[in-house]
Design a protein around this ligand. Structure first.
Ligand SMILES: [Zn+2]
Length: 153
């Protein structure tokens, strides 16, 4: 599945940004280091690494940390994501796919890489068909009326 065309310069910037921080990943339990780099619609790049925890359920993936960095900085829309690991091409987990979908259209490319470069190219829609987006139906009335949900009793 092909997505938005991302130019080579942007791909190189994403790869370099993710490579630069891969060694900062905190992965003492799995030894699977992951870094993610996100580019937004203003061509700003944000990065994150996985942060594991002794209580495994508290582990946060690199993709979600990169997206949190984007949101913190005021970024709104994801144009592409690159995920690099020390064990080869690994796709985003299900939870991350849903979080990516909050800020990305189906056509957004997701590049999977290792130290040698980009190995695979997917799109969000290819990895997460029939995306769950409550904003497109659940809150339609509250948005169109300008009223909060609590004021619609
Ligand atoms: Zn994940």
């Amino acid at each position: 599945m092909s997505g938005v065309k991302i130019d080579k310069t942007t791909k190189d910037r994403l790869l370099e940004a993710a490579k630069d921080i891969l060694s900062n990943a905190y992965a003492p339990y799995s030894n699977c280091r992951v870094a993610a780099a996100v580019v937004d619609n203003k061509e700003n790049i944000y990065t994150g690494v996985n942060v594991e925890n002794a209580s495994f359920g508290l582990t946060v993936c690199a993709e979600r940390n990169a997206i949190a960095a984007m949101v913190k900085a005021g970024g709104k829309r994801i144009e592409a994501i690159l995920i690099i690991s020390n064990i080869g091409a690994i796709p985003p987990c299900g939870a991350c796919r849903q979080v990516i979908a909050e800020f990305a259209e189906e056509r957004v490319p997701i590049f999977l890489a290792d130290d040698s470069g980009i190995l695979e190219e997917w799109t969000l829609g290819g990895l997460l068909p029939r995306i769950y987006r409550p904003d497109k139906w659940l809150f339609t009335n509250s948005k169109s009326s300008g009223k909060s949900i609590s004021s619609q009793k």
